[in-house]
Design a binder for this molecule. Structure first.
Ligand SMILES: [Zn+2]
Length: 264
């Protein structure tokens, strides 16, 4: 929902999780994703244009490179800030700015909601992309419980959480990336103030975002399908997700309490 809230600004186009696009491109016309505008992705006036071209966008490096990157992060060695020019990602962002900018003179920012550390490190090294990172941190209970929906195993979900949070936070701490950390709990409970803070960071005026969300056109075809459906049906509210309280049993709660501090 944060993506939709930020996309309320005319200066920003929320394009969803770009790292899912590779998968969509591979499936081409067989894809059944519904864009938040209500059309199938292959019929949406914007995405059908994008899918015509084969952008080799960056998503996951080979395993050996992943290991090298993780070692670097553990050792606290920072990454080079530039070097890559005219990448497929840069060309895709330009294409999206062009397409969505046809009816919107103010547009100057593409919001990619991919939650992918590899992609982040890559984008940071693209000379021609002015990158700003919003790091939304969710509590361990909600996060692990959410992973359990897919992973099924509590322990696998815990390892995933610790791994993701450890490496992402350590990378951001040790690299000179423009970044703003947002706590999920504060974001849900003090949304207006958090939106102001995020707006200041991004250089946009987020006042009245709720009304703007209702009048703005959105074309998000990747990411959480349920959220897209909810948004299409007109829901724009934020509510702290406390379903973990029912999903986690007493010993799982106890184990997570042990990991709570060091992981965040
Ligand atoms: Zn659309």
């Amino acid at each position: 929902m944060l993506g939709y809230m930020l996309g309320a600004s005319q200066k920003i186009e929320n394009v969803g999780e770009i790292n899912a696009l590779t998968h969509h491109q591979k499936k081409r016309m067989n894809i059944d994703e519904i864009c938040s505008c209500g059309a199938r992705e292959t019929d949406c006036p914007y995405w059908k244009e994008v899918l015509k071209e084969d952008y080799k966008i960056y998503s996951h490096p080979p395993l050996l490179t992943q290991l090298k990157i993780m070692t670097r992060i553990i050792l606290g060695i920072s990454f080079k800030q530039s070097g890559i020019k005219n990448s497929a990602d840069y060309r895709l962002f330009r294409k999206l700015l062009g397409l969505f900018g046809q009816n919107n003179d103010e547009l100057d920012t593409i919001l990619d909601t991919s939650k992918n550390l590899w992609r982040l490190i890559y984008l940071m090294q693209c000379d021609d992309i002015d990158l700003k990172v919003l790091y939304l941190r969710r509590d361990i209970y909600g996060n692990v419980s959410s992973f359990m929906k897919y992973e099924k195993s509590f322990w696998k979900s815990l390892i995933k959480y610790v791994g993701r949070n450890y490496f992402m936070k350590r990378f951001l701490d040790n690299n000179n990336v423009k970044q703003l950390h947002v706590n999920y709990f504060n974001y849900c409970n003090d949304t207006n103030n958090e939106m102001k803070r995020i707006g200041n960071f991004l250089g946009i005026d987020q006042s009245g975002y709720e009304d703007k969300m209702k009048s703005r056109d959105y074309h998000v075809s990747t990411g959480n399908m349920k959220m897209r459906e909810k948004f299409r049906e007109g829901s724009t509210s934020i509510k702290y997700d406390s379903s973990w309280k029912e999903r986690l049993n007493w010993w799982e709660n106890l184990v997570l309490r042990l990991f709570e501090k060091p992981a965040i």
